[in-house]
Design a binder for this molecule. Structure first.
Ligand code: GDP
Length: 215
C-alpha cells in the first residue's frame, strides 16, 4: 500500500562486501580512522539493527534487541572496503540507573565529538510515535555541536496508509521547525519491507564521492 511513496529497489547490487570489524567500549578503541564513517543511533527498539541488516542485505549482521543494561558497545562494519558503518548503542532504556545513563551519554558524545572520520550520523525515530523528548534533546545537541545528521523514520510498514505515514512525518517536521530554520535530510524506511534503504545508500555513496573528490 505504501509502495507509491517508497520505491522498492534491490539493494543487492550496491553492497559488494560487508564485514564486522570490531566492538569497542570507547572511541579510542575504534578502528583506525582511515575511512569515511557513517553512524546509526536511536532509542532502543527503534529498529536500528533491523535497518542495518536490511541495508546490508544480511540476516543478522547487527544483533537485534540487545539486552538493556548490558555493556554498551560501538560496533564497526567495513562496507565495500570503502567506508565504515557504525552501530552505536541504543539509548533510552527505561530501566537503567542514572550512572549507567551518564556513562552511556559519555560514550556516545565522546564518540561523536572525537571520531575524526565520522562523516554523518543517522538518527533513527519510530514513525509511529510522536516526537519523544529524548530524541528531540539529542537532535538539539547535534545541532549545537554542528554534527552533520539525517533523520530516518523506521517501521513505515506499520502505518496503515500512506496518508498516515505522511502525516506522522509532517508532524515531526513541524516540531523540528519550532527550533530549526532548516530541516535535516529525512528518510522513510521499513526494514521489514526493505523500503527506503536505497536512498540512504545513495546518500552515502554521493557523500563519499564529494569527500574523495580533489579540491
Ligand atoms: P533495535 O533495538 O533498535 O536494534 O531494534 P530491532 O531492530 O531489534 O527491532 C525492534 C523490534 O522492532 C523487533 O521486534 C523488530 O522485529 C521490529 N522491527 C524493526 N524494524 C521493523 C520494521 O521495519 N517493520 C516492522 N513491522 N517491525 C520492525
Amino acid at each position: 500500500m505504501l509502495a507509491s511513496i517508497f520505491q522498492i529497489q534491490n539493494l543487492e547490487m550496491k553492497i559488494k562486501s560487508v564485514s564486522f570489524v570490531k566492538s569497542s567500549q570507547k572511541w579510542q578503541d575504534c578502528p583506525e580512522p582511515n575511512l569515511p564513517e557513517y553512524a546509526f543511533i536511536g532509542r532502543s527498539n527503534v529498529g536500528k539493527s533491523s535497518l542495518i541488516n536490511a541495508l546490508m542485505n544480511q540476516k543478522d549482521l547487527a544483533k537485534t534487541s540487545q539486552t538493556p543494561g548490558k555493556t554498551q558497545l560501538i560496533n564497526h562494519f567495513l562496507v565495500n572496503e570503502e567506508w565504515y558503518l557504525t552501530d552505536l548503542p541504543g539509548y533510552g532504556y527505561a530501566r537503567v540507573s542514572k550512572s549507567q545513563r551518564k556513562d552511556f551519554e559519555k560514550l556516545i558524545t565522546n564518540y561523536i565529538l572525537n571520531r575524526e572520520n565520522l562523516v554523518h550520523l543517522f538518527v533513527l525515530v519510530d514513525i509511529r510515535h510522536l516526537p519523544q523528548k529524548i530524541d528531540l534533546e539529542f537532535i538539539e545537541w547535534c545541532g549545537e555541536n554542528q554534527i552533520s545528521f539525517s533523520i530516518i523514520f523506521t517501521k513505515s510498514d506499520k502505518m496503515k496508509t500512506q496518508a498516515a505515514a505522511e502525516k506522522s512525518v509532517a508532524e515531526y517536521k513541524k516540531i523540528l521547525l519550532e527550533t530549526w530554520e532548516e530541516l535535516p535530510n529525512i528518510f522513510v524506511t521499513s526494514a521489514e519491507k526493505k523500503l527506503g534503504g536505497e536512498q540512504i545508500l545513495d546518500f552515502i555513496e554521493e557523500t563519499n564521492k564529494i569527500i574523495s573528490a580533489p579540491n
